[in-house]
Design a protein. Structure first.
Lengths: 322, 322
DNA sequence: TACGCAATTGTATCAAGATTCGTCAGTTGC
DNA sequence: GCAACTGACGAATCTTGATACAATTGCGTA
């Protein structure tokens, strides 16, 4: 009888009985005339189908003190701190930061804005993975612009493109892709690449009109999934940047320990946002944490290249020391 | 050290480990050096403290067909249907409807609006009970206006006032109370009561500027927590309304089976919103269901006094028959 | 029609999590 | 200063929920 309800309906019914009304599985089974095992499985399915969502809200002001200190110290508009489970597990930290960032972002008013996105950043891809679909009205005026061309191996490029697409879908905007390598072998090739593709030109033009930028902060090393050369900097180029004093980079624009941009011929090889193009105060987001990125994050803060930071507790505390 | 911050922090940490990372309670206990029992208790506490929220999303379009049919049939802008566990349990239905309505309402843009609220309605009080605090910026311009004076015993009046207050808090607006009985013994007393209190006058004035109204739909009987007489209609008055053809009432304004307002001297005894004051199309909300209210809901729909309905499946299907 | 394969469901069992109960530390009151 | 009280905690225990496995159903194919 009740069994001939459509599966989704049935799942919802059971889920509501279990979670909303707090009825035990056996009782649900009894009233519906099915076995307890089935109830258990239906609940699993409901969770799988995202009918049931269990979220852990990080209470506002949990880390209020540290957050405020950081805000004052570096003149930031917003700071969010996530407690890391294991300070050594950078992948885990990135996931956690991404989730937190997703919550923060979904609470923001983004429609109509032009949003720069760095799809190769792991933490930002985590963000997208954690974003929940919201039924906000789609606004065609909202644009999601990639802020850097492709970097790394083809697999990563796929992931990146999918992230941008999904991000745009979830936020209800139009994605603008940069379908060109992020790093090229010479300034001439770079020019050629830009003139080559209309979509890319459109995206690059949009970089001048960013309202919000989700930037990636990186070290001066080549991280795991990236490969030197090809469409990325070579080991030598990184070494050269370091010899100029670079301690980190923001979307592949190198900065020194004080956040001063280090201009070099490397800049002319990159297809992507420049530091000067970053939006005005209030729209410069970074999601970055973990020990390896500490120097880079500090430099970015010192240079005021970001004003909204989502990071882990350990990094936050180190940023406050000295 | 920090007063009650430490436990919350701990709860959050454990909750994140358990729910977000899916670690078993024993393992959490092991890594944190506490017992499994404590982990279990912390998780309960976290749920209690609303740090962990488990919500059952009613998938969009689950009842699409019935909802659309209802929309067309009665010219409604929105219909939401909730599956009732037990069609006989009116209290349960009200809770369910309230929860659903809370979800819908929280997805709406309400800031800056003037919102009429009927605090004695059980389903609307359920709505408030189910509303989650949202960290939307408080807008002083948002006003929550009571649409009816006090009815029923003192306890109910307390609950009503608290509901209105809480609703205003959660939505981020200012509450405007009507601190006067909802039903008076004569038109003269009514006038006197209105002129008596400045707050009440202010609230009543706001009723002319409603953007959204959350109305209560009622039968022509005296429901459990209400008492005849005093600040409510007497049995005789209800009987009189029925003899005029009333099958229900919207905030104590009687209507017949076709939704035609039944004007009588009873109207001059009520301190509250009039049907003419209801906002324009799109802002007339009703949360009502259960067998007893069917006639009244149908009448309200026929008269186009509401255009957004949240009801239960059984009522919805009955509304589509005949 | 019979057979085989896969998907679905229930039974029995096992693991995970909730709860009971006794202990202990910190408070209150006399 | 010493009961009596209160609340937090962990070990043991009991309950609840997940799962392995078997039975059953449904369906396409020979």
């Amino acid at each position: 009888m009740a069994t001939d309800l459509e599966p989704r309906r049935f799942m919802t019914k059971v889920a509501r009985m279990y979670y909303t009304h707090g009825i035990r599985q056996i009782e649900i089974a009894a009233t519906l005339g099915i076995s307890q095992a089935r109830v258990s499985r239906l609940l699993q399915a409901a969770e799988q189908a995202k009918i049931v969502r269990t979220i852990v809200v990080i209470p506002e002001g949990l880390h209020a003190e540290v957050e405020e200190d950081l805000q004052k110290r570096y003149g930031l508009s917003q700071v969010h701190i996530v407690e890391a489970l294991d300070p050594n597990d950078e992948a885990g930290i990135n996931r956690d930061l991404g989730e937190a960032a997703a919550l923060i972002l979904s609470a923001m008013q983004l429609s109509g804005k032009t949003i720069g996105f760095t799809s190769w950043s792991r933490s930002l891809r985590s963000l997208v993975a954690a974003l929940e679909p919201s039924k906000k009205k789609k606004s065609g005026a909202t644009r999601i612009v990639e802020m850097l061309g492709d970097v790394g191996p083809p697999q990563l490029q796929h992931d990146s493109t999918r992230s941008t697409q999904r991000f745009a879908d979830l936020i209800g905007g139009t994605p603008l892709f940069i379908r060109a390598p992020g790093v090229l072998s010479s300034a001439e090739v770079r020019e050629a690449m830009i003139s080559y593709d209309a979509h890319t030109r459109e995206a690059i033009a949009a970089l001048d009109e960013l309202d919000v930028a989700l930037v990636g902060i990186g070290t001066c090393n080549i991280d795991a999934p990236l490969e030197p050369g090809g469409n990325f900097f070579t080991v030598e180029q990184f070494a050269m940047a370091q010899s100029l004093g670079a301690v980190g980079q923001i979307n592949l624009r190198f900065i020194d320990a004080d956040g001063i941009p280090l201009e070099s011929e490397l800049d002319s090889l990159v297809i992507g946002v420049t530091l000067a193009q970053l939006p005005a105060k209030g729209g410069r987001f970074a999601v970055a944490g973990g020990r390896s990125k500490y120097e880079a994050v500090r430099a970015a803060l010192r240079g005021h290249w970001i004003d909204t930071l989502i990071t882990d507790m350990e990094t936050a505390e180190r940023l406050l020391q000295e």
